[in-house]
Design a protein around this ligand. Structure first.
Ligand SMILES: [Zn+2]
Ligand SMILES: [Zn+2]
Length: 468
């Protein structure tokens, strides 16, 4: 388990942040109003039942299944109308609009437990749990800022509508609950207190524990380059989100629970949707990542051997911070030859970006040797931070282009499988070549990522403008 005394973070760019009084008022006001539940006059069995049902609807359908696993990580696919329905459920959880939620969460993965992480408990527990909500987040506050991290959602007018109007939607839903309660039997106030207010406060804290508790307490299946943990009680409160170390290790996987006792009801629900034909392309944990799980890879020697095989040479640490969390979408090529050409181009881009990353890493090492960090020379420090920013962005580009190359090679393979007789042989050759290209590009990108990681160790890093 992580000992927080080992590492402390400051609040990133503290002096530039402003208190968001509206948020203070709304969150504080709802907490106070929920205290009405202490008065038995407001209790009704139907109100309690409604609260429980809406806890599942807003929390599981809305936040964990939709905002997190579908919109942020695209762990599975579904119909557009279903995506919109689930997004509506997520808006009922009153955790900002979908675009800002997704942007903040993508930054969290990119910067986890480094200073720009919006909510690391390595500042303090209360900061990660709720303190961060009351101040503006640098580079992720205005629409113009956060849309950069949610470009895929920004293209969709319906998602933009949800994002701009989330508070109004929440208020109008609360009004509908009140009216329905009144019609049902004069229980409007009871339904409002239990179905909206108490449920809202409970769901907030369950979600917030994912940010605070599961970066502090619990066990780790994976040695990742941040402090995420697996925590059973958070997993129960937040529908499987407590298996957070598994999630950081493999962000695209729809399943967060991996071992038999890691109950993950959001994943079971996604599977149920899958069985009903409402979800498809459900991502399973990657075999390559699972091979590094501590309970499987108990032997240090075996882990080292696995690292060498997979070309991840740095002391068995799984690098998670620069992995692209946005899915790679490439156009369908009309033939194996064209898929090969596209793979060639993407692999070339990956290698160029990796070379750029290595160049910045070398620059950083030069300045490091001059003792710039110890001397705290402001100009040199700024230069290093800038180099780190560019280096990490180049790594990200390299990884993304490598992933594109892999997609094109998959297309080429599909052509080879489909092709008949004479065409088959050349299609197979193209498929083979593009597979090699994609593999090479991936290896170059991974090597660059490791070297950049090494070179920039101990250097505070500004938020990277997402290049994807
Ligand atoms: Zn996390
Ligand atoms: Zn995530």
């Amino acid at each position: 388990m992580f000992n927080p005394a080992n590492k402390r973070l400051a609040v990133h760019r503290k002096s530039e942040r402003k208190v968001m009084w509206w948020t203070v008022l709304v969150i504080g006001g709802i907490h106070l109003a929920a205290l009405l539940a202490l008065d038995p006059a407001y209790f009704s069995r139907s109100g309690l039942l409604l609260g429980v049902i809406l806890y599942f609807v807003a929390g599981m359908l809305g936040i964990t299944m939709c905002f997190h696993r579908l919109l942020t990580h695209r762990s599975f696919q579904t119909y557009k109308w279903m995506e919109y329905f689930l997004t509506y459920c997520g808006v009922l959880a009153l955790q900002s609009g979908p675009m800002q939620w997704v942007a903040q969460h993508r930054i969290h993965h990119k910067e986890a437990d480094d200073e720009p992480d919006p909510h690391s408990p390595l500042v303090t527990f209360i900061w990660a749990h709720m303190g961060w909500l009351f101040l503006t987040t640098p580079d992720c506050h205005t629409y113009e800022e956060y849309r950069r991290f949610a470009k895929d959602l920004d293209r969709d007018p319906v998602q933009r509508f949800f994002d701009h109007n989330f508070f109004l939607i929440w208020v109008s839903f609360a009004a509908v609950v009140y009216l329905a309660g009144e019609l049902y039997g004069g229980l409007g106030a009871s339904w409002l207190v239990w179905g909206v207010l108490v449920r809202q406060v409970a769901l907030w804290h369950a979600t917030w524990f994912v940010n605070s508790a599961t970066h502090l307490w619990g066990y780790r299946n994976y040695k990742t380059d941040e402090e995420s943990t697996n925590n059973w009680w958070v997993a129960l409160l937040a529908f499987g989100e407590g298996w957070h170390n598994n999630h950081h290790a493999d962000q695209r996987s729809a399943a967060h629970g991996q071992r038999w006792f890691e109950v993950d009801i959001t994943y079971y629900l996604i599977r149920l949707f899958g069985a009903a034909g409402l979800a498809w392309s459900i991502n399973e944990p990657s075999k390559r990542v699972v091979a590094r799980r501590k309970d499987i890879m108990v032997d240090e020697e075996a882990l080292r051997a696995a690292d060498e095989r997979h070309d991840v040479p740095v002391a068995g640490v799984l690098r998670t911070q620069t992995d692209p969390t946005i899915p790679v979408v490439v156009p369908q090529m009309p033939s194996a030859a064209e898929a090969y050409e596209a793979a060639l181009k993407a692999a070339g881009e990956a290698k160029e970006a990796a070379a750029r990353a290595l160049h910045y890493a070398a620059e950083a090492l030069k300045h490091k040797q001059q003792g710039a960090i110890e001397a705290a020379d402001q100009a040199a420090k700024e230069l290093l931070e800038r180099a780190k920013d560019l280096g990490m962005a180049a790594v990200e580009q390299a990884k993304y282009a490598a992933a594109q190359a892999a997609e094109f090679s998959t297309q080429a393979s599909a052509f080879a499988t489909d092709a008949k007789e004479r065409a088959a042989e050349s299609a197979r050759q193209f498929a083979e070549k593009s597979r090699n290209l994609a593999q090479e590009a991936f290896e170059t990108a991974s090597r660059a990522a490791d070297e950049v990681g090494e070179a920039f160790q101990g250097i505070g890093r500004p938020i990277i403008t997402s290049s994807i």
